[in-house]
Design a protein around this ligand. Structure first.
Ligand code: H2P
Length: 806
């Protein structure tokens, strides 16, 4: 095996990379290994496609604007059971696997949880043997690279593709035309039927690239098919010959802009025509592709719902409902009712947020300019939908406003959530609480009209990447204590619980954690210059920077703790390292100020000899999947402190608990289900509940009361807004803090005291030693349910109607 791998790697190095191994760089070795690994995945990949077609198996199509896959090499090798073999082969060749692995660029084709969920789902679908295609965009530049300069975030283009990627196959024969703009022609057939033809004003090519997604033990390999935009004519020769070189390539530049770069999720939607172009581009190509596959295999389109399930990952691909109707009506000549029956039986939609500003809408004018035929179709769908609503609830004209796909208030808009809901047979939330809130708030009226559509599918994470690969030390212990089958069946992790009090096991768990923390401490020193003690409590908050996720609450507590330590330096403090990482959308001013505050606090605290090693603050730049793989196994405390009702689920919370971190969190999203699984004694819950949050909101209770009641809070707000951490610019944080003193939309002030108190419970538990480790073990033991294999099995059975044996 090892010798085979060695010759495969050498052969790729010489014949594909074109390098003499003696002169190969780490990146060359990565290329050679990736190509050798891809060969092994490809045979299975092709075989899977053949069998699916010949056996008439139903396929799942997962449409997502984001796939946050990160690095692939370890994932692919490990899932093909070749990791040790390749490691040994490289060692024989005098090459260190770790360096080779790190030479791979991190594919950051997503923002955060939503994109990473799509990547975990692709892996789980392949693991469960579900034939699936992931469809998305092959962005030249993924999420921006974050550089922290003088404490501020700066954004630079990310360049994962600048040297190509060895994982993908270009499919030169899978190219589709995607149109934009133009006009719609109406005509009546001799049989008296009105038909429509769309004449787009502009056409671009969608070119496909397939990356194999390998399931555990290579059970199956599915394609992630990403579309790249190309101009139909790369160059306008007549302009070029006249010397207008820029004009000659302007069509190309306009077309290629579509797959140039991933939008950060919280950019304001206004004026972002390009984003709508991106959405329609990949949706149209994907639907054309899957319809042509279906016709090739089965002939007739009426059987589509039996052979295909299309999952919309949030509303970003929701225009697919209108595009499917257009293709069936205009291109394939089906009558409306048949087309609608096929569409609604095939589509399902996952909602990931209830934040009003994140619910996608498009101004009618933009929509009409870009997609005139689709707007007609949407009007038609809406008319039928409103008719049905009127019939069901004749006494409630108000209801029509809330369920309409067209928002008639301040400037008419298309509401993508309503469109996705109306066109799907199943709609799901991503945690029990979130789904409940969907039914009660945002989709309340739609839920009354279509009462059985909303389901819950609590998110999950793939244990292959987030436990086995990223934490081999812990995995080795689990194999020994729970049995080697733990890597195939996470449920046996539960066996660990019986040994939670065993001091030998506790010592081993602590030793693994310490080793992981030492590795993280090294990264922290390299990237920030700050030296931290691995024996201290590592307190971690890693996620997109957003006010509802309340990094600011964490920072205020840090500032208060700092003051408390200074006031009483000889007390029995728990040495802590506060570690934060995350990116702020480029246009999100407050989130960027919060990053600056984190760095300003770090500057003051880390350089104050009075606090010694009792408190250190670190903001790690450029958070991505690879960095998460280092931070998560090293965390002692997991910060999941969003305002109750605002975090749909969270998945970082699951990764951290699985790796033995205890959670400090609100009763929000999947935190509630984590608590139910690990038990109240093994988690630190604090803060307002969802009901209390809405009560305050409805009554307009603002921050005044909380501040008046808490001298510590008042003190810390004054300190931050008075320039205590920003002596170079004392007014820097006035506005940020004034936001808390006023509306405090995210109720930071209301939760401050209970958060501070919960942190002191954390200190006491940590100081007690044994009970902490016991709780950590109980957390690990009870996380099996959060495997994305469980989540995908539920989607398969309850939404997609696809067989699965789990
Ligand atoms: C979002 C939600 C999370 C959820 C995730 C996946 C949009 O991710 O906010 O609560 O777990 O989708 O369903 P994020 O905030 O991490 O970008």
């Amino acid at each position: 095996m090892v010798s085979e791998a060695k010759s495969a790697i050498i052969s790729k190095m010489t014949l594909s990379v074109g390098k003499d191994p003696a002169f190969a760089t780490d990146y060359d070795w990565f290329l050679a290994c990736a190509l050798a690994a891809r060969d092994r995945a490809t045979l299975r990949f092709l075989e899977g496609k053949r069998v699916t077609a010949s056996d008439g198996k139903k396929r799942v199509y997962y449409l997502s604007l984001e796939f946050l896959i990160g690095r692939q090499l370890t994932d692919v090798l490990s899932n093909l059971s070749l990791l040790d073999v390749f490691r040994a082969a490289l060692e024989d060749l005098g090459v260190d696997y770790e360096r080779v692995r790190s030479a791979e660029p991190d594919a950051a084709l997503g923002n955060g949880g939503l994109g990473r969920l799509a990547a975990c789902f692709m892996e789980s679908m392949a693991t469960l043997g579900i034939p699936a295609y992931g469809y998305g965009i092959r962005y030249d530049h993924g999420l921006f690279r974050q550089v922290i300069y003088d404490g501020w975030q700066e954004e630079y283009p990310e360049d994962w593709l600048s040297f190509g990627t060895p994982w993908e196959f270009l499919r030169t024969d899978v190219v589709f035309n995607v149109g934009f703009g133009g006009s719609v022609e109406t005509y009546v057939t001799p049989a008296g039927i009105t038909r429509y033809t769309w004449h787009p004003g502009e056409v671009v090519h969608a070119v496909s690239y397939d990356t194999p997604m390998v399931g555990w033990r290579g059970r199956s390999v599915n394609p992630l098919r990403l579309w790249s935009a190309r101009a139909v004519d790369p160059l306008r020769l007549e302009l070029f010959n006249r010397g207008d070189f820029a004009g000659a390539s302007s069509d190309q530049a306009r077309a290629e802009a579509i797959s140039k770069f991933l939008y950060p999720s919280d950019e304001t939607p206004s004026g972002q025509e390009l984003r709508l172009r991106q959405e329609y581009f990949f949706v149209s190509a994907s639907l054309q592709d899957l319809l042509s596959r279906h016709r090739r295999i089965y002939g007739d389109l009426h059987s589509l719902p039996e052979r295909a399930a299309i999952q919309l990952n949030d509303t970003h691909p929701a225009v697919a409902i209108a595009e499917m109707m257009r293709l069936l009506l205009d291109e394939h000549g089906l009558p409306w009712n048949e087309a609608w029956a096929i569409t609604s039986a095939t589509f399902s939609y996952t909602n990931h947020t209830l934040l009003p500003e994140a619910l996608e809408t498009w101004p009618l004018a933009v929509f009409e300019r870009l997609l005139p035929r689709h707007l007609q179709i949407i009007y038609f769908i809406n008319n039928l939908h409103l008719e049905a609503a009127k019939k069901a609830f004749p006494e409630e004209p108000e209801l029509l406003r809330s369920v309409s796909i067209i928002d008639e208030r301040d400037g008419r808009k298309v509401r993508m959530g309503q469109l996705a809901f109306v066109g799907s047979h199943a709609i799901n939330g991503v945690s029990a609480l979130h789904t409940d809130l969907m039914r009660k708030t945002t989709f309340r009226d739609l839920n009354r009209i279509y009462p059985d559509r909303i389901q819950n599918k609590t998110n999950g994470i793939t244990f292959r990447r987030w436990l086995h690969q990223s934490n081999p030390g812990l995995t080795a212990i689990l194999k020994e204590v729970c049995g080697a089958e733990v890597v195939d069946n996470p449920e046996v992790i539960e066996r660990l619980a019986a040994h939670a009090g065993d001091s030998a096991l506790q010592d081993r768990i602590r030793a693994v954690k310490l080793a992981n923390k030492t590795a993280l401490a090294k990264v922290i020193a390299e990237r920030t210059g700050v030296r931290v003690d691995p024996a201290a409590l590592f307190d971690v908050q890693i996620k997109r920077m957003h006010e509802y996720k309340r990094q600011l609450l964490n920072l205020l507590e840090t500032a208060a703790l700092y003051d408390a330590i200074r006031a009483n330096p000889d007390a029995d403090w728990t040495p802590r390292v506060k570690i934060m990482a995350g990116k702020a959308a480029a246009s999100y001013v407050n989130a960027k100020f919060i990053i600056k505050l984190a760095n300003d606090i770090a500057q003051v605290v880390n350089n104050d000899p009075a606090v010694r090693d009792l408190l250190k603050v670190v903001f790690l730049p450029n958070y991505n999947v690879s960095l998460a793989e280092v931070i998560i196994p090293a965390a002692d405390l997991s910060e999941q402190i969003s305002t109750a009702g605002m975090e749909a689920s969270g998945t970082g919370n699951m990764k951290l608990a699985l790796n033995g971190a205890l959670t400090i969190g609100t009763l929000d999203g999947a935190n509630i289900e984590i608590r139910d699984n690990v038990g109240n004694d093994n988690i630190f819950i604090f803060g307002l509940t969802t009901d209390e949050v809405s009560y305050r909101r409805e009554r307009g209770i603002t921050a005044g009361q909380a501040i008046a009641a808490s001298p510590m809070l008042a003190g810390v707000l004054n300190a931050v807004s008075g320039g205590r951490f920003s002596p170079d610019d004392p007014g820097r944080f006035v506005q940020l803090i004034d936001g808390l003193r006023g509306a405090d939309r995210y109720m930071v002030t209301d939760d401050f005291d209970s958060y501070y108190a919960a942190q002191r419970r954390v200190d006491a538990c940590w100081n007690s030693g044994e009970p902490w480790t016991r709780s950590a073990i109980i957390n690990i033991a009870n996380m099996a349910w959060f495997s994305s294999d469980r989540t995908i099995a539920e989607y398969a059975r309850e939404i997609w109607n696809v067989p699965v044996d789990l």
